[in-house]
Design a protein around this ligand. Sequence first.
Ligand code: IPM
Ligand code: MN
Length: 380
Amino acid sequence: MNTSEDNGLTMSKTYKVAILPGDGTGPEVVVEGMKVIRAAAGKFGFSLETEDYDFGGDRYLATGEVLPDNAADELSAFDAIYLGAIGHPDVKPGILEKGILLRLRFELDQYINLRPVKLFPGVETPLANKTPEDIDYVVVRENTGGIYTGTGGISMKGTESEVAVQSMVYNRFQVERCLRYAFECCRRRHSAEKPWSGLSESDKQEGKIGQLTLCGKTNVLTYVYDLWERAFYEIAADYPDIKTDYCHVDATCMWMVKNPEWYDVIVTGNMFGDIITDLGAITQGGMGIAAGGNINPDGVSMFEPIGGSAPKYTGMGVINPMAAICSGAMLLRELGEAEAADAIEAAVAVVTGTKMQSMAAGRMGYSTSEVGDLVAGELA
Ligand code: IPM
Ligand code: MN
């Protein structure tokens, strides 16, 4: 980030953002996200310097290279990364996902995957009788460990005796830094003046302001989630203002559907986090509006809609850019531009609440770029 002086009176900040439009509909949604980010920048007095990178399926098919070896190094010089989507119908599943998305998450040590589950006004949820007040929590997914990076392999492949192993590995350092982030995240969401609405009177009298739920599987994964659980309660001692709660992952899924209002912040390992955030996404209106951020609190973070590249809609102007727009708000929040992020989220709420017919591709009542225009227009 540069701070430059403008005729000696005003200071304007410039953020360097790397843009990875990616595959399928990724480029279309990123254009709308940048439209909104730039509108917010104009309003709140900062600017952006962007550089595009063509990582994705087309580049791989043309060059045979998934990701240049210096990519993470080069990207770490930016203030943030804004990603569209990775996944190409002509490339075998796994190559691009592991070779680009996961590799960047790991090499840039983006150890948190932050995924808000928030029902915006006017958005249809499949959960009966639930309103935006009920569906408003955050999942803190560990993003660099677990089964995703555990050891494994396959032997005697193709024979009757073949053996496949993929192990869930966590060390205390990974677990602790994720848990601390989650406690801090919960603190940031609330204050003594504005405690989480799900707390009881007696919780509030005890000084609690929010609730952190550890989602695990301590009844079966008695090594890995035992480590998580012990670390969780040890660290909780440093956060007397946060109410702690534990839920097995299977039960978490059930309550996310039946009583989503029970949740404030959920923290969990990589694989469970992947699964429960797709469930969370559908309860908030689907992939068209589910945003996420791969966060390295001490480095460069990467923001992306959590859905895929939706290749069948490519170039049709029907894909919903809201997930990308909300990821853009998260990007600005991480850069310290909270006011701009709040303003984008408020603009999104107006557009979902009073304009759009649906969050589904092709059924929005507007084209992709019109949705971007509407949000940008609300900001102006
Ligand atoms: C996600 C995706 C990725 C993941 C895939 C594409 C590797 O499902 O971001 O949730 O499993 O993390
Ligand atoms: Mn996923």
